[in-house]
Design a protein around this ligand. Sequence first.
Ligand SMILES: [Fe+2]
Ligand SMILES: [Fe+2]
Length: 248
Amino acid sequence: MSLYAIGDLHLHFTSPLKARAQMKERVWKNHEEIFRRNCETMIGADDTLLLLGDHSWGRSLAESEEDLRYIAALPGRKILLRGNHDMFWDANRTAQLNERFAGQLCFLQNNYYPYGDYALVGTKGFTFEGPFYLDRRGRIIDWDEDAAAHAEKLVEREVQRLRCSFEAARSDGFGKFLMLLHYPPTNILQRDSAFTALAEEYGAEQVIYAHSHGESRFHDSIEGEKNGVVYHLASGDYLRWMPLKLMD
Ligand SMILES: [Fe+2]
Ligand SMILES: [Fe+2]
């Protein structure tokens, strides 16, 4: 039994492709087929695969249906987290998705899933991404205050959702946690955030996140150990479509 993670598949079997990088960069060429082959080689029926959001470019469930079918056909148990592009998934209607895809896909939002004696908890998260203002040398000297204030509100809402997920697990007796986010836990100016504080408060052993794709963004946030928590970036192009093994 092993646990794997990856994010940002950005599938588009029946929806228009929206990202320029996905059309141009070599790493995205035929990535659906490469990823499926990697999963079939690495992942067995007893294993669990965490998919960290931005599953589909579809603008509705109908447009994302085939993308979700592709994920459902991958080996192992599949647990999905919401990404910022997952328009098919209304956070308040997660129960309906879980009913509709029962036995095929698990949708993680305001709930948790067990893995051995660990609880897998998570939410989309949020990270302030600018606008930032640079000096002539490209150093950040300021940022848009209104956008930053708005970002703080979104962070607060996501922190509440994440706490709800932790508490659901804790009230069922879980004391060991792996914490999943779609967005990086910190923005490019931070070393700490409400998300790192929550990971430390509950004693999460690992935080796994995605969203940062394209080489220039791979090192936007924390990687490795910090204050007893190990952070991993698991966006698909960063991993070259090889699921990241988190534990046996
Ligand atoms: Fe993405
Ligand atoms: Fe994203």
